[in-house]
Write a protein that binds this ligand. Sequence first.
Ligand code: GDP
Ligand code: MG
Length: 163
Amino acid sequence: MIPTLVLVGRPNVGKSTLFNRLTKTRDALVADQPGLTRDRHYGVGRLGSRDYLVVDTAGFDPVAKDGIMHEMARQAEQAIAEADVLLFMVDGRSGLTPHDQEIANRLRRVDRPVFLVVNKGEGANRAVLGAEFHALGLGAPLVISAAHGDGVHPLLDEIFEVL
Ligand code: GDP
Ligand code: MG
């Protein structure tokens, strides 16, 4: 069975950029406008001889009750149900937000491995950046730059360790 990696996180943290890098496609919509990916996007990638499926979700608000935010949350919940591993992305530039906390609260109840991925980490002090997000209680943050590719290969190596 091909393992499924699911990207979750609030809008604009860089999920679609990481999706494109992991699948080497331009399939996911990347935009400055938050929340552009409203449904789930699927792509395949390969590390060495190992294939994996990547699912890109719209940024989601786990407590949204109606409207488009609720539909995004529903899509994200479906993707979470399909996941072998979850990649919870946060934005190292904007820092920890209440919205990140809400998503973290949801992900703490997931019974599969969750990797806390701090994106936009290019040029930053990784230890300092990581420390801020440790407070989410989801383990050691992995600092990457989806746009530049820094830390993406080590992240995949860590994921395949637990699969
Ligand atoms: P999504 O809403 O989570 O899917 O985020 P996107 O992938 O659409 O990216 C949102 C914005 O962040 C875009 O302007 C990207 O170019 C930018 N971005 C994504 N990854 C990085 C990164 O590693 N570093 C920086 N500086 N910007 C990034
Ligand atoms: Mg997106």
